[in-house]
Design a protein around this ligand. Sequence first.
Ligand SMILES: [Zn+2]
Ligand SMILES: [Zn+2]
Length: 240
Amino acid sequence: MYFGLIMLYGGLGEAAVRAIAVDLSPDTNSWPLWFNVLVAILAGSFVGYWQHRLEHRVDILWPVHGIHHVPDKVNITNNSVVHFIELICGTILTQLVLLTIGISDEGLLISGLFTIMQGYFIHTNSDIRIGRWNHVLASCELHRFHHSNYVPEAGNFGSEIVLWDKLFGSYIYRPDQKQLEVGVAKPHTFPSPFNIIKGWWHPFRYWFRRVGRQPPYFYTERSKIPVRDRLEHATPSDSQ
Ligand SMILES: [Zn+2]
Ligand SMILES: [Zn+2]
């Protein structure tokens, strides 16, 4: 069900981009295909990194993205547990940037397939280890840390590559760490991921109720701590 929905949301975002941005793209692009793909992956992952990071850091955005973090296990079905606001806005933002740069259709297709494949790969619930490639590509090893309910180790916002996490100080890789609890600290503040309608409604409910109240979300506390402090306090013994 969720899989069908994300296809629909992605299609809606894509249609919106095509409707408003037909004139943005330069007519021709003389770059070789590999360079188109490389630029598309770098630019697309940069937009995705900041969208994702802001969804964690900005209080009013967290209820939109938080439903993705409610399950207490990371598995391939989590990849589709995404609010329609997040997917449609993300598709529009990324595609607008790529079209403005002038990425070719083939470049868009290949980088898009790479992004989709990486989305499923990083949510794989298996012991796939890619060793030193963890310093280049996002992986299930790294993304499990992102789903940790222990704030200091929940970095790794990049879904395709780790470049932006490394540059902006949110990269976490501890190959020897075994203990890792997945989920949100207060799952009762979110609807069940099996209730799609409540999931859709959840951020609106939060926004309507928020005025004059202290929101009951774990990440609102987190957002007040500078990123670097959080990461410096993250030691393997902290999370045992
Ligand atoms: Zn996240
Ligand atoms: Zn995830």
